[in-house]
Design a protein around this ligand. Sequence first.
Ligand code: PHE
Length: 362
Amino acid sequence: MLEDLARIRASFEKELREAATLDALEHVRVAYLGRKGALASVFDTLKTLPPEERKHAGEEANQLRRDIETSLSEKRTLLELTERESALKKERLDVTRPGVRQERGHAHPLTKITREIIAIFSAMGFAVVEGPEAETEYYNFDALNIPPDHPARDMWDTFWISDPKGEDKTQNAKRKTGERLLLRTHTSPVQIRYMEAHQPPIQIIAPGRVYRYEATDASHDIQFMQIEGLMADKNISVANFKAVIQTFLSQLFETKIEMRLRPSYFPFTEPSFEVDISCTYCRGTGCSICKQSGWLELMGAGMVHPHVFKAAGWNPKTSKMIGDHFAGFAFGVGIDRLAMMKYKIPDIRLFRSGDLRFLKQF
Ligand code: PHE
């Protein structure tokens, strides 16, 4: 028995010396400590020995097992270290290899043109303000002199945050009339919000997203951008409006643009007008874009309705600030529309299509 142990020790030490990898070492471990390994059969034979012999041989066998365990774990630490070192050597960085070029993005065409528009109006003294996109019924409609039966309030034009008829049980349905939320259908509510918080004279633009619940086609989308303008002071007239818009258009299109005012109707302006510009595609000679008319509809505008001043808390009759000849003009222009005219983009839906072939052209 003791001779067997000596033999096992000798052959283990030899195999241990020869094991050069962690895999080889694992084989050695299984061969000696495994369930069918050399030591397992030693312990099996041990059971058959007479008791006086078994005690001594048992101690020796246990000692051998401990030695084997210690040697294996020492060697494992060593092999792990060398294997890690050689792996690190293989991973060396080749600093001369060319890098992977990062693709550079750029601002969206609508962002770009919005910045241009802001720059032009800023130079004329307009401040830039913003309002919420989830707006209350009051600011979007009531305060702008849009009565409850006005068609623009209809579900078909407006995205209500929930059913305006109160038929469902959501938070919004429980709100009072006027406080119900919707996705603003235009940037005009910013006029009210700004006038509530400021005193005349004022001169602002308010760019931002607006939403309309309608069928989409090449010139209509359910989401688009508008820029609102409002200027209110003593002696402001349509002449001031024309001068501001003429300057704006000439700078944006970098050429003199013909414009004309047509009478129109908006509940929050009186008088109201529609601004047309000479077709940027055919320069007014007539084409399919302008339906052979030579003119393109650009924006809605007008002189601020007295009800709107009142709704914002400015009373032309009683306010000391606001006396005779106090007036204001307001306008709302589609930014998408301006971008389409300036860059000759045929379909408004391209802006939000996420199509890189389109976006990379700007
Ligand atoms: N809010 C109007 C629209 O979206 C445009 C407008 C703004 C008209 C200001 C007059 C004055 O159609």
